[in-house]
Design a protein around this ligand. Structure first.
Ligand SMILES: Cc1cc2nc3c(=O)[nH]c(=O)nc-3n(C[C@H](O)[C@H](O)[C@H](O)COP(=O)(O)OP(=O)(O)OC[C@H]3O[C@@H](n4cnc5c(N)ncnc54)[C@H](O)[C@@H]3O)c2cc1C
Length: 380
């Protein structure tokens, strides 16, 4: 049975997120882009409305939403501003490893407080020398009695400047490749943790990305997630949940760019006609609309698969790859429709083009999504 109708509940949640994006996010998105200021007031409101921490289990007071319901919401937040959307949704990426691999005690200790107050957490996997090649990470955790001693450096960690804890992937067996990696929960205020300066990024400037240094950080054994050697699998499993969601924000950004392009194509005249009358322009818009629709279907399918309890790695890679590439192309073409005005900060589409670029890079580049797709199809 195939159906595309949203339930009444889903429609209400979508409307809540759409109104929030229109009334709270959009009016200040440009200002945050300009200043790079962390959108604390928006995060606090999003937290109050239940637009954050959607994957936290009911046993911790969370909503435990399906990935599909979250994706429907995140498309709207992404339509508002993907920089602010990234700040809002970064928690989920750090929380999912705890949800999937944590004990009930770890759930209560690290997830439950996030339903009591608008706390942040970050997923700290990438390093200066290892991004796509996660197994090439150099951060080490050495067992000493009932503790681990953590040393290393992480890079490009979203929300790091505001997080209360990090999900950290570290080598516990340096010779065992990805099988020697283990996941840990590391409090941000643990002695030996140093958070770097906020990076001055091209787009999504409301979000916060920083490096983190760990110097002889003592981590109690009870902060280890799952068994030693299972960290790589836990870290990758998180992407099965979050790639459909990143793809959903790409759809939202694409929709925003297309709406601006349509409005401009109707009002701008050249050669005595509105530019939308030229096939060169209307075909760009036709491609935008059909690719956005296709991207949304991949988002829904990849979310539906994991919600049914099925392995969705292939579909999550389809969705992330196609939606990210679509969002970049749509934003670039929206700038083209605006002509010279598109290149100017007085108009909305240059921000969207800058914001779109990172979609093809974080949570696995578009090349890495193709590597996954190729591997899944060719090697089973
Ligand atoms: C704004 C921002 C936010 C981020 N947030 C986080 C976060 O919260 N947590 C976190 O852990 N990380 C985060 N990242 C890191 C991000 O996930 C990595 O930047 C990304 O995975 C790419 O890694 P890299 O930068 O090391 O590039 P590299 O891995 O060095 O890749 C460079 C280029 O080589 C290509 N390439 C590499 N390997 C292959 C291959 N096998 N086949 C084909 N092409 C290949 C890549 O596609 C890319 O084009 C963030 C990054 C940014 C910029």
């Amino acid at each position: 049975m195939i159906g595309f109708e949203l339930s009444e509940e889903q429609q209400q949640f979508q409307k809540l997120a759409r109104d929030f994006a229109a009334n709270e996010i959009r009016p200040v998105a440009g200002q945050h882009d300009e200043s790079g200021e962390w959108p604390l007031a928006i995060l606090e409101k999003a937290w109050e409305l239940g637009l954050m921490n959607t994957k936290i289990p009911a046993s911790c007071g969370g909503m435990e939403l399906s990935v599909l319901d979250t994706a429907i919401m995140e498309e709207e937040i992404g339509w508002g501003c993907t920089g602010i959307a990234t700040a809002i949704t970064a928690n989920t990426l750090a929380q999912v490893p705890v949800v999937v691999a944590g004990t009930p005690e770890q759930h209560q200790k690290w997830l439950a407080p996030m339903m009591e107050a608008p706390l942040m957490c970050s997923y700290a996997v990438t390093e200066p020398g290892a991004g796509s090649d996660v197994a090439g990470a150099k951060t080490v955790a050495v067992k000493k009695g009932d503790k681990y001693i953590l040393n290393g450096q992480k890079m490009w960690i979203t929300g790091a400047g505001h997080a209360s804890w990090f999900f950290v992937l570290a080598k516990t067996d340096a010779d065992a490749g990805h099988r020697g990696m283990t996941g840990f929960i590391v409090p941000a205020d643990a002695p030996g943790v140093t958070i770097g300066k906020k990076e001055n990024n091209m787009g999504q400037r409301a979000s916060d990305t920083r490096g983190i240094t760990f110097e002889d950080v003592e981590i109690p054994e009870e902060n280890r997630l799952g068994e030693e050697g299972k960290g790589f699998l836990i870290a990758m499993k998180a992407f099965d949940y979050t790639r459909p969601l990143v793809a959903a924000t790409c759809v939202g950004l694409g929709r925003a760019a297309m709406e601006h392009a349509i409005a401009y194509a109707k009002e701008r005249n050249a050669f005595g006609r509105s530019i939308g009358d030229f096939q060169g322009v209307s075909f760009m818009i036709a491609d935008m609309a059909s690719d956005i629709e296709a991207a949304r279907m991949l988002v829904w399918k990849s979310a539906y698969e994991i919600d049914q309890g099925r392995r969705n790695t292939l579909y999550a890679a389809y969705a992330k790859r196609f939606a990210a590439d679509t969002c970049m192309r749509v934003a670039t073409d929206a700038v083209q429709v605006f002509g010279g005005n598109g290149f100017n900060k007085e108009y909305p589409v240059e921000k969207l083009m800058r914001d779109a670029k990172i979609m093809q890079i974080y949570e696995g580049t578009s090349q890495i999504q193709r590597v996954i797709i190729g591997r899944e199809l060719l090697n089973g």
